[in-house]
Ligand binder design. Structure first.
Ligand code: DC
Length: 234
């Protein structure tokens, strides 16, 4: 339905399956999928490589501010089931940006207002023509407050940590369950308490707690909303 293409903003806590759900929605609707967390992760990786952030997460803000315009983040389809990978200045950084090293630092970097401003500029350009599904923390509250459909995803912390732990294990990572849980709790805290665009449910966002829902159940739930509110077949 070309004439009723909308913006779907999906916000919520880490490891609630936002990106898997958003990717699936985009592919079924023929929309663009934008992983906004990957932008923050790529900038964090850049800062880390340049020596602008140390292991205590102290950031050389002036250096990052001066060089952030040199950061070009793009996404390329890999062909496998619509999977897209993140490129930083033409280098594939997909694996690096998902590491615990970056996960531990990203909430600090993404709390900086000039970093958010830079990412917002990119997101506004990507959303100009609508027909996008974006997942993040502030899409429905700050980036696209007029998005036609806003979802806010949550799940029990132990369920989220278990999902993330299994994902990391499958990739051969060595972190313990407790380390993964701690990282999630820390990120939740920083994301919710930062001054600029903190993680929060927009008043008009629809809450989705998927602690005990399968992907099919989530799709069926969303299909009902898309049909009823927008006459979109899903
Ligand atoms: O979605 P993710 O876990 O890959 O996001 C990584 C971090 O980036 C997250 O801890 C907070 C930040 N982020 C943000 O501040 N705003 C967004 N729209 C997306 C992510």
């Amino acid at each position: 339905m070309e004439n009723n293409r909308i913006i779907i903003a999906i916000d919520g806590y880490s490891s609630t399956g936002k990106s898997s759900f958003a990717k699936l929605i985009a592919s079924r609707l023929g929309y663009i999928y934008v992983d906004t967390g990957a932008l923050y992760r790529a900038i964090t990786y850049f800062a880390h490589n340049c020596g602008f952030i140390d292991n205590k997460c102290r950031i050389k803000e002036d250096w990052l501010r001066k060089t952030i315009n040199n950061v070009s983040v793009t996404f390329k389809q890999t062909g496998e089931g619509g999977k897209s990978e993140t490129y930083l200045n033409d280098a594939n950084v997909e694996k690096h940006i998902r590491s615990m090293e970056v996960s531990n630092k990203v909430s600090h970097v993404s709390a900086l207002p000039f970093v958010r401003e830079y990412v917002d500029g990119i997101l506004h350009r990507l959303g100009e023509k609508k027909g996008v599904v974006m997942d993040g923390r502030d899409i429905g509250t700050a980036v696209f407050p007029n998005a036609e459909l806003k979802l806010f995803m949550t799940a029990a912390i132990n369920v989220r940590a278990e999902r993330r732990f299994k994902e990391l294990q499958a990739k051969g990572a060595k972190e313990t369950f407790e380390e993964v849980l701690k990282n999630l709790e820390e990120r939740d805290y920083i994301d919710e308490h930062r001054e600029t665009a903190p993680l929060a449910k927009a008043e008009d966002a629809i809450l989705l707690d998927n602690s005990y829902m399968t992907m099919e159940e989530q799709c069926a739930w969303l299909g009902g909303i898309l049909k009823e509110k927008f006459d979109i077949d899903f």
